[in-house]
Design a protein around this ligand. Sequence first.
Ligand SMILES: *Cc1c(COP(=O)(O)O)cnc(C)c1O
Length: 374
Amino acid sequence: MSQHPDFTIPADYLPRDGRLGSGPSLIRGEALDSLATSGRGVLGTSHRQAPVKNLVGSIRSRLAEFYHLPGGFEVMLGVGGATSFWDAAVVSLIERKSQHVVCGEFSGKFAAATHAAPHLEVPSIIEVAPGQGGLPSTDPSVDAYCLIHNETSTGVANELGRPEGPGITLIDGTSAAGAMPIDLAATDIYYFSPQKALGSEGGLWLAICSPAGIERIEATTRTDRWIPASLSLKTALDNSRKNQTYNTPAISTLWFLDQQLGWMLERGGLTWATQRSLTSSGTLYNWAETHELITPFVAPEFRSPTVVTLDIDDRVNADDVVAVCRSNGILDIGGYRKLGRNQLRIACFPGIEPTDIELTTKALDYVIERLAGI
Ligand SMILES: *Cc1c(COP(=O)(O)O)cnc(C)c1O
């Protein structure tokens, strides 16, 4: 075990809430309190009865309002998170061959899932170096283009395009949904877990589906392919239309998600939430640009507004910075392990106060100066 330095950061420099991890992310105190008060009656009750079904219905209609969904688009949900959704997509959405734009760990995991599927052709993979973004490329043999809106492992935001032809687009919106605008015309399935930009807990996936996305779900169900029930998106769709899930959801996850959507809608919806994240991330990128020992990892055109990755000069060990921060209550700001860089990764989701991000730069200045001996 390596020994990390430890010292106290002056209280004036500390964020009021130090939960700055990129997922699970900060759940607002008001949302937590509401679960213990008004949520008390709904937790521990049947998800087949009106109170929980109304909660699911509220989430579905609030998401539709938040994204201004056009007619024919539907919000679907199921148990298991984005990782389960990849497996569901492998059996319920991809017909023969997918294309993946791989720019980090999460986009890579979905590509690995289709690659391992015996009923699919070897996927086409467009891989870019960590820190870069990429675009899909038209390929008539591809029936599903798999893109990622925000690559949480590297802090890259991708531009999303729809290639020509009949292929549908499946977009991983985890860590973007709730904080970044999306062009619905380029989107057939926009799926996400709610424990990142949407400030809830894990264990659930949600998906915004276009008419073409819904038609694809219906079409794969008509084939003789074996689709395990818990991975059947047709089953998920049928249940979602009744404001239910196929199997039991975590009701607290539903509760916090509904609270967060209501909180954002009251303040101006997606436009407001997008601006919150841009303000916070702008503070960090500007601070890093002028810092002697810190450099943004990602070039300006790909910089994420929700997950900020910052390289630290070799004179200072990022693990030491992370350890000192942790012992002072600033949590989970280490870079993505597998990336193996001397890096910090700081969440700027809408639930995080921009003033807390400003204070965090002061705390980091203090820590880095001490560690670098400057
Ligand atoms: C966290 C994350 C996932 C995995 O989500 P789980 O809820 O853990 O399955 C997938 N994609 C992206 C972009 C993520 O950030």
